[in-house]
Design a protein around this ligand. Structure first.
Ligand code: CA
Length: 398
């Protein structure tokens, strides 16, 4: 573990190896950019004197690109590891208990993929039991859709149960009302920094030039609304009411020790989706419902890598904007306790979960709290903590 003068509790996943970025507001000032070290946040505007950090968004830093991201990170590491700079640096530290955390960046466009073979297979088996679990395109391209950027909210934002139209196959006609099948989706989000021009595309090898870092995503999903509306154009109101993200963006550089090869892809993808430098990531999530752990989805088993997702989403010449967010799709592993959504954990509501208080859940009840956290291996036996994304379900307004 690299030594720092800053206070880092033993076993913390927020050591000098991590240094995730966020936007915080101290009790006596405006919201601005900081990095987390231990249980403190370092005020970067105060510590480094660069006005790009005196804004309530990471977008200014994101737009600068990879060379500058690396330079800034090295500057922060130098500050935190030089004993001679403790006095100045410590003056820029705020305890997390004394700050409010905000949405870390202005979300430009938001895309959501469907990259877990286990998740796609589980849903295919539930919804199309009489045909192949995976649709014919699934192993040729990372399937995705465009979501609603304006309803991406920071961790802690209450999630109001959406009302919508639904119709079960056995119903004669649709009805409108509060969703009865409100669900979670455990996902990893990728934050785009460096933009591109319209008409250009990005190869799989240029992933790290454009993607700044990652966050934890909960793609709240109303399964009954989704099931009635999604044919033929895909998810719409069953997803767009809220997508929660964690407050800390972990830079790709903190995840070097977590890189693994993605599972073998058969058939071999078309040339524009082939990858030399693999971007599998050994990140493990923990999902808690009302304080009880219900799943531990492993990211390492995802079929499509984020570099392939990025190459695919720009392969038609669509441009990237600073602040674009693309999410992986629900992360599910092969085991029952590795499934990243309630619809899989309860097998479409037929196998309820039993919670610590003796109650059962198929989908979410009003007042339920879901918290998703994630960790990854860091350099030299350390641990990188991605933090958590949490949300409480609020009732549909009457
Ligand atoms: Ca999703």
């Amino acid at each position: 573990m690299t030594t720092t003068w800053a206070p880092v509790p033993a076993g913390s996943g927020f050591g000098v190896e991590n240094l995730p970025y966020g936007v915080f507001r101290p009790v006596d000032g405006a919201a601005r950019v900081g990095v987390r070290i231990g249980d403190h946040v370092l005020d970067l505007a105060a510590a480094l004197g660069d006005p790009v950090f005196a804004t309530p968004s990471l977008n200014g830093l994101l737009a600068r690109g990879r060379t500058e991201w690396s330079r800034v990170r090295a500057e922060i590491v130098a500050l935190l590891t030089d004993p001679a700079r403790e006095t100045d640096g410590a003056a820029a530290l705020h305890p997390l208990t004394e700050v409010t955390l905000h949405l870390p960046f202005e979300v430009a466009d938001y895309v959501d993929f469907y990259a877990s073979e286990h998740h796609a297979t589980n849903l295919g088996r539930m919804f199309r039991p009489d045909s192949a679990a995976l649709l014919p395109n699934w192993k040729h391209l990372p399937v995705g859709y465009h979501g609603r950027a304006g309803t991406v909210v920071p961790s802690g934002t209450p999630v109001v149960r959406p009302a919508g139209q639904r119709k079960a196959p056995s119903d004669d006609a649709p009805v409108f009302g509060p969703s009865g099948r409100l669900d979670i989706e455990t996902e990893l989000g990728f934050v785009v920094g460096a933009p591109t021009t319209l008409g250009s595309s990005i190869g799989t090898g240029d992933f790290a030039e454009h993607v700044f870092g990652v966050c934890v995503v909960n793609d709240w999903s109303a399964r009954d609304i989704q099931a009635w509306e999604y044919v033929p154009l895909g998810p719409f109101l069953g997803k767009s009411f809220a997508t929660s993200i964690s407050p800390w963006i972990v830079p790709l550089e903190a995840l070097e020790a977590a890189r693994v090869v993605v599972p073998t892809q058969d058939p071999v993808p078309l040339p524009h989706l082939r990858e030399i430098e693999k971007w599998g990531l050994d990140i493990v999530f923990e999902v808690e419902l009302n304080g009880v752990q219900i799943s531990r989805p492993p990211y390492a088993q995802m079929y499509w890598s984020p570099a392939q997702m990025l190459a695919h989403m720009t392969s038609n010449g669509a441009s990237l904007r600073t602040g674009d967010l693309f999410a992986s799709g629900t992360v599910s592993g092969p085991e029952r306790d590795q499934r990243g959504s309630l619809i899989e954990l309860t097998w479409n509501g037929t196998e309820p979960l039993r919670l610590a208080d003796g109650s059962e859940r198929t989908f979410l009840s009003d007042g339920d709290v879901v918290t998703i956290s994630a960790t990854a291996p860091g350099p030299n036996g350390t641990r990188i903590d991605l933090g958590e994304v949490t949300g409480r379900i609020a009732p549909t307004p009457s």
